[in-house]
Write a protein that binds this ligand. Structure first.
Ligand SMILES: [Zn+2]
Length: 286
């Protein structure tokens, strides 16, 4: 299916990603033309194209930082580049500021094995705050592999950077949509009560969440009744994203249309759909 309004995909990459599917071995490589092709097929007008911090992920060689700025420059109206120096680099904040001067529109995807309130992470987030650009952070339960962890410290970060437009996603965030998050990364079945996700979104109006990849998809698909209530309440704070070109059970996020099908199938008011697919992203990028 196509998006019902010209959409903004707030979570994409270009470059190479490793397949973990038993049905597809090796790596998948996409360039700008492949991204634009997916966007055209699905009615996505603009996409945020995210970097990863250098040397942070052996399973994703995504085009990042200066190389990304160069790659998307010919498509400036449609592709919006975010950059992310490695917070372990002592010069990360000043490198980021320079990249914003060169056309970078936000910080992300911040994905390193550090607790989210680690001073090195906070320093980068504060740089984004001072420049007035949004930041996008991947949260896992961790400490695990190369992901930010410590969702219980997210509130401290929000207090430290009260003017930062902060977009979060990942299993370590989305499973807390339930009052009983359990221990699985992708819990199934009905959402019980209200979790940390509800509490933080109600308390901090500079906090946003993207529904990309399996984590956002699962958090909403596991309980459509809850998803409808949740998206009606937080229609100003949830943004559509896919994690193209990462691989899904059906093939490839974005190209598979799964996130659009989910939003389209919930019978949400048209106004809420328009905000989630487009207007909230535009507000973040303004
Ligand atoms: Zn991603």
């Amino acid at each position: 299916m196509k998006a019902s309004v010209p959409a903004v995909d707030f979570h994409t990459h270009i470059g190479e990603v490793k397949s973990f599917s038993p049905r597809l071995k090796g790596w998948v490589r996409v360039g700008v033309e492949d991204l634009l092709s997916y966007m055209g097929e699905r009615g996505v007008e603009r996409a945020v194209v995210l970097s990863l911090p250098p040397d942070s992920d052996p399973y994703a060689k995504v085009v990042s930082n200066r190389r990304l700025l160069e790659a998307v420059e010919p498509h400036a109206g449609r592709l919006v580049p975010f950059c992310c120096p490695n917070p372990l680099n002592a010069r990360a904040a000043s490198l980021f500021k320079r990249m914003v001067g060169e056309g970078c529109r936000g910080l992300g995807e911040l994905k390193v094995q550090l607790r989210i309130d680690d001073p090195r992470v906070v320093r980068l987030l504060k740089a984004a705050e001072s420049l007035g650009v949004p930041a996008l952070v991947h949260i896992e339960e961790g400490p695990l592999f190369n992901y930010c962890y410590g969702v219980d410290k997210l509130e401290d970060v929000l207090k430290l950077a009260p003017d930062l437009k902060l977009v979060v996603h990942g299993p370590g965030w989305w499973r807390h949509v339930s009052a009983e998050p359990g221990t699985e990364a992708y819990p199934k079945g009905p959402v019980k009560g209200e979790g940390l996700v509800h509490r933080l979104l109600r308390r901090y109006d500079n906090l946003y969440a993207d529904i990309s990849a399996s984590s956002g998809l699962n958090a909403l698909a596991r309980d459509p009744e809850h998803a409808r209530r949740f998206l009606e309440e937080f229609q100003d704070r949830v943004v559509f994203g896919t994690d193209f070109p990462c691989l899904s059970e059906e093939g490839q996020f974005g190209s598979d249309g799964a996130h659009l099908r989910l939003i389209g199938g919930l019978q949400l008011p048209e106004r809420a759909v328009r905000k989630i697919l487009r207007e909230n992203a535009e507000k973040l990028l303004a």
